[in-house]
Design a binder for this molecule. Structure first.
Ligand SMILES: [Zn+2]
Length: 453
């Protein structure tokens, strides 16, 4: 007897394509993929007739605890938002100048107690001491990814030198080819040039808007940094993952210079919004959201396979903390976007631009799992994989209302807009976790995902 079966849907299996079959789950795993006629009885059944069944979405790029300072609180709320949006696994970036050895046990305890999705961790590397501790992060905590900021986040994180990145990537490569460097690709000095000009013009008046804010991320900053990242990946041979690509010149530079061990992520906000968006400064981000030509170049990068992976850069905060009324320079960067991640990809990608659902699934599920060494436990529909599945209704239309979402944040960039294409059932570990936006499981169903080399 199965715990759960999903019947009558069309499976989207990465690398295989569309398959008309049922899925049987037991003890949290997929145990059978077969014609419904031969699937055994199950304690519960999900009927996916007329809909698609995709692997649970992996958001490899999320921040928790940045603005409230409360990691456990944000983990509890944001992973419920994730689950309701069809995201069953989340990669969380931790940052800070201290050793992570002391805080990791507590962070992992919080995840196991509070999370509704599975979570894996990436650690930002700012100091030589942190680089020295990479073997311990790998062996004792199962962390395989380490992030480098070519440009810092003003007032939050400093940038690091290319020498520091080179040193880090070489050390990582000497441990295992499963380790991945993640890099924020903007040149610090060019970002400073853009920011200083804005500060000069707006510093006293407190004005400016989202359109002006785009100047804080000059094209040359991303383009130059991408070329440097491609070079560093090439000479070290270590896997390198460019986070949140935001511009046309960045995509073109990656297409031209990337070695095989370099991967490119963009985010669902960059694939859907422009600097003229009515969300205004609520959409302030680093790197800034840019122009329509950039958004379309990112989609072209998806089609041409320059973009490997979709993330969110979810950085939740309330409108009060965001403080858009403080103006372009005073408002904080970040937004809650994890529950709209999959709907935005389906609406903008499949339903608006005719991108095949298989392509979305490859970059939202399979590729992040492969890059971050979670495949085939995660990211696919296969016998032996975790039973994380999402039933998707490509025709379902829903108007976004932040008050119906599960983030502790109280706004959405898509507020009042109708999106077409939504997850209708989320299955996590063989359990129906969300049905029609109603969460049926308690915090703690998600677990920390240590990885091994
Ligand atoms: Zn980020």
């Amino acid at each position: 007897m199965l715990d759960l079966k999903v019947i009558n849907g069309t499976l989207v299996i990465p690398g295989t394509g569309m398959v008309r079959a049922g899925v049987g789950c037991k003890d949290g795993k997929i145990v059978l993929i077969a014609d419904e006629a031969v699937l055994p009885d199950a304690a519960s059944t999900v009927d996916a007739a007329g809909k698609y069944v995709i692997p649970g979405v992996i958001d490899p790029h999320c921040h928790l605890g940045i603005y409230t300072g409360d990691f456990a609180y944000e983990t509890e709320h944001e992973t419920r938002a994730a689950l309701a949006g069809g995201v069953t696994t989340v990669g969380v970036f931790m940052g800070g100048g201290e050793s992570y050895l002391g805080q990791l046990p507590g962070v992992i305890d919080s995840i196991n107690a509070k999370s509704s999705t599975d979570i894996f961790l990436h650690l930002a590397m700012f100091t030589p001491q942190q680089l020295d501790e990479i073997p311990q992060y790998v062996n004792d905590f199962g962390v395989l990814d380490f992030k480098f900021y070519m440009a810092g986040v003003r007032g939050v994180f400093p940038n690091v030198s290319d020498a520091h990145i080179l040193d880090g990537l070489r050390r990582m490569g000497s441990i295992s080819d499963k380790l991945t460097g993640c890099v924020h690709c903007e040149d610090q000095s060019i970002v400073d040039m853009g920011f200083d000009a804005l500060a000069c013009e707006y510093g006293e008046s407190g004005g400016g808007d989202l359109c002006e804010w785009a100047k804080a991320g000059p094209y040359e900053a991303e383009e130059l940094a991408v070329i440097r990242a491609c070079y560093l990946a090439r000479i070290t041979g270590t896997k390198l993952y460019i986070v949140h690509m935001s511009s046309e010149p960045g995509i073109i530079a990656a297409a031209e210079h990337r070695p095989d061990n370099l991967f490119v992520e963009t985010t669902s906000p960059y694939l859907s919004l422009t600097k003229n968006d009515p969300a205004g400064l609520m959409a302030k981000m680093l790197p800034p959201i840019k122009d329509e030509c950039d958004r379309e170049a990112l989609w072209e990068g998806v089609i041409e396979d320059v973009v490997d992976s979709f993330g969110t850069d979810n950085t939740p905060l309330t409108a009060k903390i965001k403080a858009a009324e403080a103006g372009m320079l005073g408002a904080l960067a970040g937004y809650p976007v994890i529950q709209t991640h999959l709907p935005v990809l389906l609406h903008e990608g499949v339903n608006t631009r005719g991108i095949p659902l298989e392509t979305i699934v490859e970059k939202a599920c399979a590729n992040p799992a492969k890059i971050f060494e979670l495949y085939p436990q995660k990211g696919t529909i296969a016998v032996g994989s975790d039973a994380d599945l999402v039933v998707v209704d490509l025709d379902k239309e829903r108007v976004v209302k932040a008050e119906e979402f599960y983030s502790f944040a109280d706004f959405s960039l898509w507020e009042g807009r109708k999106l077409r294409g939504w997850p209708v059932v989320t299955i996590k570990g063989g359990v129906v976790a969300v049905e029609d936006n109603q969460i049926k499981v308690e915090p703690g169903i998600g677990k920390y995902l240590p990885r091994s080399i």
